[in-house]
Ligand binder design. Sequence first.
Ligand SMILES: Cc1cc2nc3c(=O)[nH]c(=O)nc-3n(C[C@H](O)[C@H](O)[C@H](O)COP(=O)(O)OP(=O)(O)OC[C@H]3O[C@@H](n4cnc5c(N)ncnc54)[C@H](O)[C@@H]3O)c2cc1C
Length: 460
Amino acid sequence: MTTQDYDAIIIGSGQAGPFLAVRLAAASKKVALIERKVLGGTCVNTGCTPTKAMVACAKVAHTASEAAKYGVHLSGDISINLAEIKSRNDQIVQNSRDSLRKMLDNAKGCTVLYGQAKFTSPHEVQINDQTLHADQIFINVGGRAATPDLPGLKDIPYLTNSTLLQLTELPRHLIVVGGGAVGVEFAQIFRRLGSEVTLVEMKPALVHREDAAASKLMSELLEQEGIHLRLNSECVSFSPLPDGVCVHVSCKSDSPEVHGSHVLLAMGRIPNTSDLGLDAAGVRTDPQGFIPVDDQLRTNVPHIFALGDCNRRGAFTHTSYNDFEIVADNLLDGASRRVSDRIPVRATYSDPPLAQVGLTEEEARATGRELLIATRPMRSVARAIEKGETFGFMKALVDAQTKRILGATIFGVGGDEAIHCILSTMYADQPFTTLTHSVHIHPTVAELIPTLLGSLKPAD
Ligand SMILES: Cc1cc2nc3c(=O)[nH]c(=O)nc-3n(C[C@H](O)[C@H](O)[C@H](O)COP(=O)(O)OP(=O)(O)OC[C@H]3O[C@@H](n4cnc5c(N)ncnc54)[C@H](O)[C@@H]3O)c2cc1C
């Protein structure tokens, strides 16, 4: 077995690895980037990219079904061709992978190797029949759908976010187990495309970590669209049926069985760390397999870093990419950037999207600070009225003493974009009046943010 020397080894081509490889190579480092499947990881192949492409298809189907409300009359029935939707997705994914490939091919000093990487010592990684040695090692192995060891699971052909994307025929009745962002997005997509959909969630609310009012409204949105919600229903086992599957649930009311043709497991994500040989490197994990890191993303072994979902400091593409920026700027530019400087920001891509920055109302109240609060329904936003999409609300929370924005929720059309002006004001550590004094373009959703902040009142 040969040993190759590198300055840096990067394991996993998620949302941090490829960009770090390019930055390190540009700084004249000899870099090996190891990927066991395909370039781009979850986001590009089975996460953000294909799902948001499908959200767009589902939106077209929904708008077409409502076209008459806009005075647009379509002749004939609307029909959905899932194979064509898949092929559009596949092309978008392939283009994204190709551009990553091109970026890496152009990075002199960077070698991409395909295979399963495994530590054999703190400075050595084995891949296929080679051993690689490096001064620094960066782990960007991401995660995968959790498939809990529930009775009957191995007896049914369940789907995950990856396999669901391979379907070319619409499920007759899709049962989604899990009411987090992934479950909600897929439930709405498939309902809009024409499947019957039941969503099973053990908590009393969907997207339960979000602002409580938004979380409640998410249930209303999905129910309005004809999705059967089974809240307070814990999935306990599965069994096959002649024409599909049965999800057995534990609940106080309603039926203990949910029947459907297909089951999607959207029950959380687990990190890809169990087969990485971390023991051989002396890298510690927490009980769930995540790799604890310090504020600059070092593991307990100082020359080994962990970036992206596997470190539990974020679960998004933007947090993984920001991990790359922090590590690269600190190592190559002498910066002292920290993960704790990041302001939490995220969106659930229901239609309309639910965007959140900073603290939710419940989190802000729990701090015990004196708060100012403002809420505005989307039916009072001109752009939403013009678009005919007035579902939802926007809310902002401000510290009454410092006048700094603590957090905001926008559940409404364009919310995923408009939230960024609040994020930037928070990051610049400016008072909310910076926003109320700025003039925004009319008509936009964002233009109502100054108006929203102009109506702040003390929270009771
Ligand atoms: C359905 C779905 C939708 C999502 N939508 C969004 C969204 O809209 N916005 C958003 O911000 N986030 C979204 N996410 C989350 C987002 O995809 C991840 O947070 C993001 O991909 C960051 O992941 P990562 O960089 O940690 O690694 P990943 O993207 O998971 O990549 C890790 C890579 O490491 C490779 N690997 C693992 N182990 C090894 C090994 N031992 N050897 C070699 N290679 C290995 C894997 O094959 C993989 O390619 C979504 C996730 C899902 C599941």
